[in-house]
Design a protein around this ligand. Sequence first.
Ligand SMILES: [Zn+2]
Ligand SMILES: [Zn+2]
Length: 363
Amino acid sequence: MFLQSSISLLDSISPYFSVKSTKYGGRGCFANYDLTEGTIIHQCLLPLSSSIRRSFKKEVCEYCFSYFYGKTLKYKLMSLYFCSQSCLNSFQEMDIDNIYLQSLFNVENLFVKGLKRQQSNQREDEDKEEEMIRQLKQSENIELFIDEKWKQMEIECDLLLSKLKTKERINLIPSINENEYLDIKYIIGILFQMYKQDFCLANNNILSFELDLFEHLQLNDVAKVCAYPFLLYSYLKIYKFLKLSTISQLECYVNTSMIRSIIAKNLTNAFGIRSLDEPDGNKEFFGYALYPSASFFNHSCQPNVIHIRIGSKKVFQLSRNVEKDEELVISYTPFENIELEKRKQEIKEWFFDCICQRCINKE
Ligand SMILES: [Zn+2]
Ligand SMILES: [Zn+2]
């Protein structure tokens, strides 16, 4: 017991590597001893949360992410589609009292409802967004500006909720676009895991460890909002949507600091879910999944670790021999064979400059 508790959470991710500070800033994974090519250094059986884009929801299995080239999947549970009865069953086994299922169904219904009234509200919505972008660009302290906007949204929602009866709330739930839909589904997945950890007595949840690690992930919302100012408006809308619509069991988690941190943690930590068989350039982007224990790998355009998706499982395997204390690195982009300039463009999304040997040699 003593030994177990003295080992830090980050060190218990894998016997093959430890998470340590890097020389160039931030953390990274370093080999504990000499390792040989082909070694599987880490596996994540399930994502902590995942979200499939709405445009693919009938074609990509909600549970195992299988894709059958545009064919509509046959197994359906409310608004969710599965490739097989066994995936559908696995989803139900993971759920509790249909809380997760019902929550995702609500999002789908509210999205459709929003589409119907979107046209009348669209102009007003665009004006508000433009105004916020203008203010943000003029603000001297962007971080403070973002904090204040979150605070204001919290107050606005609390005020609304104090005045409204539950039935009246529905008309004030904002219309959302497809990207917001994708993020909201991911957020609900995390909220559901928190609920499961807090309220399920039979705590044999294999994702408990991942949820503990989730606490330690890096937040990147300020950098993201600086690069894409419209996102602040979008994030605040997501909060309002959740605050006014989340089902009672998960309501206790919907506060601004929690939702903001859940959003901020997906930005540079989530793995894209892409089609598996097509060549690099044709890989479809189906959505994304978060595996906290795999979030500590840094990027290199010359990785020594490949990551493979097998269904919803993620496997990390050495692509060459590695010496003790060498950093273990993966490629963040699925297009690692592209030329330098295009690579730089892709990597910009993660807010760092790659200093791998290939980039230094301008290859
Ligand atoms: Zn499946
Ligand atoms: Zn590089």
